[in-house]
Design a protein around this ligand. Structure first.
Ligand SMILES: C[S@@+](CC[C@H](N)C(=O)[O-])C[C@H]1O[C@@H](n2cnc3c(N)ncnc32)[C@H](O)[C@@H]1O
Length: 278
């Protein structure tokens, strides 16, 4: 059924609009997000950031459909990616974990497998947190996971208080990426680990083109129909297209002070896990 819808939309969109590749957007790494200072070969457009109030209202608006749409639009891959991300944290045996931009708490809930003492989740959207709190209560995880409102750029936690900090599909939403990463670094204990799971862009043909078609044309339509908030599903490809992924993001992590930075591309490079230590 879902494949049928996708096929119909594919035909519809390719008949009605000139399909543009995402190549232009791959070049959209912001110069200001290149603290290493090496100029890119060509002038790059500014990375567009969104007002935090706008981002909050987008997520407040889709919170009640967020989990369903996440799994539906990613064909369930988001679940596998979060599992893999948590598996990578196992060797660090974190006791206190902070999940930034926790949303409906899927990553925080998955992190319970690491048997930590505490997991804290922060997010700017009260509606997303309300869904997360319901899920935590249903699973009787209230003694391990605590959620609260908070901004990535100003974390409500002391310096050196966390063994692990993590963000899934959140960093590209930060209104100030560098400040958010600096805050992650600040709250980590020495030798602590940061894990970031984020969408990235496949570079190879034909996946690059298929991905561009799905992300730019199909996903906004499907997401818009189900959530009745098309803006939220146009915002998604825009932020992904402009996000400095792969090696570019590793450079930013290093410039923030992180060490041993690594990345693990997932599913043809559609998403990437980044690991770094303090
Ligand atoms: C795509 S959702 C990801 C939610 C969750 N981590 C997951 O894996 O499904 C992005 C979340 O980031 C939150 N967010 C956006 N900007 C933020 C910021 N500056 N500080 C904290 N949370 C933020 C949004 O409210 C939203 O819940």
């Amino acid at each position: 059924m879902r494949l049928e819808i996708l096929a119909q939309l594919l035909i519809f969109t390719s008949h009605n609009e000139n399909f543009e590749t995402v190549q232009a957007t791959i070049n959209a790494v912001n110069l200001t997000n290149n603290p290493g200072g090496k100029p890119h070969k060509e002038p790059q457009p500014e990375r567009q950031t969104y007002e935090q109030a706008y981002v909050r209202s987008l997520f407040d608006g889709i919170a009640y459909r967020y989990d369903f749409l996440n799994h539906f639009l990613s064909y369930g891959f988001d679940i596998l990616w979060r599992k893999k991300a948590i598996r990578l944290l196992r060797e660090f045996k974190p006791r206190t974990i902070l999940d930034i931009a926790t949303g409906t708490a899927d990553l925080a809930i998955e992190a319970v497998r690491l048997q930590p003492e505490h997991i804290y989740g922060v997010d700017i959207s009260s509606a997303m947190l309300a869904v997360g709190r319901r899920k935590i209560a249903q699973r009787r995880l209230g003694s391990v996971i605590a959620l609260q409102e908070g901004q990535a750029e100003q974390l409500p936690f002391p310096d050196h208080s966390m063994d692990a900090v993590m963000v899934a599909f959140g960093v590209r939403n930060f209104s100030n990426l560098e400040q958010g990463l600096a805050e992650m670094h600040r709250v980590l204990k020495s030798q602590g680990v940061a894990m970031i799971l984020e969408f990235s862009q496949p570079r190879r043909t034909p996946l690059k083109q298929l991905y561009g078609l799905y992300f730019r044309r199909i996903l906004p339509v499907l997401g818009g129909v189900v959530s009745k908030r098309r803006a939220a599903y146009e915002y998604l490809p825009n932020t992904v297209a402009q996000f400095p992924d792969g090696e570019d993001f590793l450079k930013i992590l290093k410039a923030t002070g992180f060490q041993q930075v690594k990345h693990y591309p997932l599913t043809f490079g559609i998403a990437t896990i980044y690991l770094a230590t303090k």
